[in-house]
Design a binder for this molecule. Sequence first.
Ligand code: ZN
Ligand code: ZN
Length: 461
Amino acid sequence: MPYPNPPYLPLDYPNVPYPSKVVIKNIGKIVTGDINNPIAKGDTVYIENGKIAKVGWESEVDLREAELVIDANGMTVIPGLIEPHCHVAPPDYSPITKTVDFLEGLLYAGITTVVSEGAHGPGYPKYYDDPVGSKAEAIFFAMLSKYIRPGGAQKFEAGAVVLVHGLKEEDFKEMAEAGVKYIAEIGGGGIWKAEEVNPMLGWAKKYGMIISVHTGPPSIPVSAHVAAENILNMNPKPDKLAHFNGGSTPLPWKELERLLNELPKDVKIEIIYHGNLRIAKKTFEVLKERKELNRVVLGTDQAIGLAMSWGSLWALMSWIPHANDIPPETVVAMATGNTADLFGFNRGKIEVGREADIVITDKPPASEAEDFLDALAKGDICAPAMVMVDGKIVSIKGRDYQPTERSVLINGIPAEVFDINDYLFGIPYARFNPIYLAYFNPTYLKKRFNEHFKKYFGESL
Ligand SMILES: [Zn+2]
Ligand SMILES: [Zn+2]
């Protein structure tokens, strides 16, 4: 699907098409995000019409066909990170913390998909037993998320319904038809007792929704203490146990052990950075021993006050390998492919046919590590050197984010950030991609501009 017009631009602004054939070559390592096959052989990813068309060696690709060639300069390619736990009201606002544009900041930091766990804000129906309000909110946000791309590119999965008394089966049908796909973490607000929510969970499943549950004691004054017994009594079972290691305080370990032992193996376990890291460590020990690390998804629970940081997912990724003796490529899968599996996204893995949401990353400057994976293993917090969504370059620098040791070359031209304004705000801003292309590839852009100019004004430039 083509992008809707980027936000904040006049609607008649020509939507200049992006090159449909894009090559990323000279890749040091391809980390796939697939926990069962975490590293792919090759040095090249070929992208056609926004999807990954080939993963392999440069010799297997005809570079002359490519309209845009990105030289990864020996760095590492990983899938765009997927954030499974954000509380946000469109377009890019968290009313409870009065945080604006944080999704855009996450995009620059390589988080190319964000999934809502329900919106927080004063007067929101989640704080009142208001079925009409709850349904309306979920539908409204689902509708908006069809058209809004924070930062002009990020995939924003909103429309998570908060369960309250009085929601009926026809409400779930109506919500599903309007694009509501998620049950906001049960207990984060609204009703939460198994006997009360079970009929609704049955309807949610019937209409294809994904169920999350707030695991543990209250995190904010209106949230509930959701104990293991209550979760085990849920039927159907939730798909994800949100902030398993506490949001921010966890359940007692005995209860968490019950959840690990008694729930089906396809229930995903969310570990968040701003939870209890001692409990995270115990959880990793158990799941590693049982070879169930495919169940782990990494999240942040932004933008509540405790969790607000664009770098949280990267920081969590660099804590796990050394503290839990888990290979860094497995950890990348926990922030990408595992999460894509949970939500059924056709992204989150470097694999033919998937949406080309890709991050090029590297060790930080002067790190004693050899490359990105080694840096993660040694506990360095890493950063993107390029963020791509659907085969389009979004940024080569996170906003106010640390640099990488190397930088990409675009059509042979080094794309380094020297200017403080670029450093602060990231280039190229997705909506300025045409300008960016003009800088890097004037011939191509002139050709495409001419096509558009003709289309809009009936004559050539
Ligand atoms: Zn919660
Ligand atoms: Zn939450």
